[in-house]
Design a protein around this ligand. Structure first.
Ligand SMILES: [Zn+2]
Length: 313
């Protein structure tokens, strides 16, 4: 009798988990990352991260030995992301969690707890790197990956963590990381030569949210933003100041970003009579024109340079 009740409750639990699993299956983030919750195929090492640029770096270093999943689908706002039941399942099967840190994964503790994986190895890529700005909760601005020099540091940390969880792959991880770092260094040189085409008095980048301080500092631009990392909108007084800055500096264009509502930034373009350019990609790898992190950066730099260099008027 007790056995029967037990069987019924087991059946109910199985049904419940099937239901939860089905609910969690949204559209796959991208063909490359593999759907969230998809078991690591052919014994590949399951590695989970928050955003698609980092998933791409993991893939560049890990090759076929790893199966990298980004929890936040491209085009979604990572700053207020809530994990799904499928994410919990993905984490429960993972060997490594690669966090960006600085408030980019506010859900991580809950997620690890729900997945029952207090043993999971977690690395935080921003740890120990020079931090700019305030970011959320005063921890600093999280968007380090938008400077390829930081991406080199990320790559080194990913390489070392993969070697630790999978020592058998050490030689492959080292050699792939070395190749990739070379490509990131080439990207850095290319960005410098591209930015050099923008006249010195036009190097102001007006964007929707505070994602570009690392990029701007490295390449000699000045960032002006409407919303902080948390998406908080400017006060009317701050907005008026930004309008004045755009006018005073004869800024030719302002930029919207994929995953963020373009309403306020396109209004700024209207109020100042400058061009509105959508969509810079902050963390959208896997969409059209951005199959990889390097492609994403090239797309962004070309967009920025062609909008800002213009013909002086
Ligand atoms: Zn952001």
């Amino acid at each position: 009798m007790g056995g029967r009740i037990h069987r019924i409750s087991v059946f109910a639990i199985v049904l419940l988990s099937l239901f939860l699993a089905a609910c969690g299956q949204g559209p796959s983030p991208s063909g490359q990352t593999g759907g969230a919750g998809e078991p690591a195929s052919s014994g590949a090492l399951g590695v989970v991260t928050s955003i698609t640029p980092i998933a791409d770096m993991i893939r560049q270093v890990g090759g076929d030995r790893v199966h990298a999943t980004a929890l936040v689908p491209p085009g979604a706002d990572p700053h207020d992301y809530s994990p799904t039941p499928a994410d919990v399942r993905t984490v429960s099967q993972a060997k490594l969690f690669v966090a960006n840190g600085l408030g980019e994964e506010t859900y991580i503790q809950k997620l690890i707890q729900s997945s029952g994986r207090s043993d999971l190895k977690i690395i935080t890529l921003s740890d120990g790197l020079p931090v700019l700005g305030q970011g959320e909760g005063g921890t600093g601005n999280p968007h380090m990956w938008l400077d390829p020099n930081y991406a080199v540091k990320y790559t080194e940390k990913i390489r070392d963590a993969l070697i630790e969880v999978d020592p058998a792959g050490a030689a492959e991880y080292r050699s792939r990381a070395q190749t990739y770092i070379g490509q990131l260094q080439d990207l850095d040189k290319w960005i410098r030569s591209e930015i050099a085409q923008i006249p010195a008095d036009r190097r102001t980048m007006v964007v929707f949210h505070d994602a570009w301080p690392y990029f701007c500092k490295e390449y000699g631009l000045e960032q002006v933003y409407l919303a902080g990392s948390s998406g908080a909108e400017p006060s009317p007084r701050d907005y008026a100041k930004i309008v004045q800055t755009v006018r005073d500096r004869h800024v030719p264009a302002v930029f919207g970003e994929a995953g963020f509502n373009p309403k306020l930034i396109s209004r700024l373009a209207e109020d100042t009579g400058v061009r509105f350019v959508d969509n810079l990609l902050d963390d959208t790898v896997g969409g059209p024109g951005s199959a990889t992190y390097i492609d994403m950066m090239k797309f962004d730099v070309q967009t920025i340079v062609s909008a800002l260099k213009g013909s002086s008027s």
